[in-house]
Design a protein around this ligand. Structure first.
Ligand SMILES: [Zn+2]
Length: 294
């Protein structure tokens, strides 16, 4: 995204460091992220938008950084990274649906939940989670849930999933904040994004989540749960002003696991979104991954 940009490569190193320090790496099966076949990107994005990204990629190959909006840019490697990020989410869905692994975490950049059907925004190019959710439906899942605990509203995911009631979306987001406007589809029962004011504590977020998310998740009874795992609601992350800590991410992860069907593998695919305070990001992601594994 350019120098001094918060969406930086060190974010993945911070997660890697914490996985090493926690000893979790010995327990994880690692896979490289494959490139997403372009046809699968069309599940969530228009042809004209994908052509725009490919033109920007061609331009970046010769001119360096190409701006897509005021805080989103592409360099010569961004398109490949975006295809690998979405490719990881799709491969993880396949691995989980086929029972090869119980759950998966995709340590990916760039993030995806602000990318709408038609446009890049908020550091996001391809909507990794929306592509993975729609791919899961194509592969035979009857119902899917997307849980978005990033501090920002997953406006792109909401935009893409608006016409797909088989995918339940659950989120909370600091409001008013970025992106402007808040939830746009108030009347759709399958979209439940709860606005919370700045300086809300983790305890209050937990009670809102318990009230709004869990009954809907139970009623939807999904075959697969995708998590838009942003860790920028952490109280040390000054990208926003919420008060979550590692224990809150563990609590949400454990509850999401508890909603999987009795006697069956949990089938959760979690994809990294935001999280910009490197230490808080690494600690929170490692705690989340640990909760997914046990
Ligand atoms: Zn965010």
């Amino acid at each position: 995204m350019g120098f001094d940009h918060p969406e930086c490569p060190q974010r993945l190193s911070a997660i890697e460091d914490q996985l090493l320090m926690s000893g979790l790496t010995d327990w994880l099966e690692r896979r490289d992220a494959p490139l997403l076949p372009l046809g699968l990107a069309k599940l969530a994005h228009s042809e004209s938008y994908l052509e725009q990204l490919q033109r920007a990629d061609a331009q970046a190959q010769t001119q360096g950084l190409v701006r897509l909006d005021e805080d989103t840019a592409m360099n010569a490697h961004s398109w490949t990274a975006a295809l690998r990020a979405a490719g990881a989410a799709v491969a993880a869905v396949d691995a989980v649906m086929e029972g090869e692994v119980a759950n998966a975490f995709c340590a990916i950049r760039p993030p995806g939940h602000h990318a709408t059907r038609e446009r890049a925004m908020g550091f996001c190019l391809l909507n990794n989670v929306a592509i993975a959710a729609l791919h899961a439906l194509e592969q035979g899942a009857k119902r899917v849930a997307v849980v978005d605990f990033d501090v920002h509203h997953g406006n792109g995911t909401e935009d893409i999933l608006a016409e797909h009631p088989a995918v339940l979306m659950l989120g909370f987001y600091q409001h008013p904040y970025y992106p402007p406007g808040g939830a746009q589809f108030e009347g759709r029962a399958h979209l439940c994004n709860v606005p919370v004011p700045a300086y809300t504590s983790g305890e209050t977020v937990r009670s809102l989540v318990a009230e709004h998310w869990w009954p809907r998740l139970e009623a939807h009874d999904p075959d697969l749960i995708l998590i838009s795992a942003g860790f920028d609601a952490h109280r040390e992350d000054d990208m926003a002003q919420l008060g979550l800590v590692e224990a809150d991410y563990v609590w949400m992860t454990e509850h999401i696991k508890a909603h999987t069907r009795a006697g069956q593998a949990s089938k959760i695919v979690s994809c990294l979104e935001g999280g910009y305070h490197l230490s808080a990001l690494g600690r929170s992601a490692a705690a989340h991954i640990k909760a997914l594994t046990i």
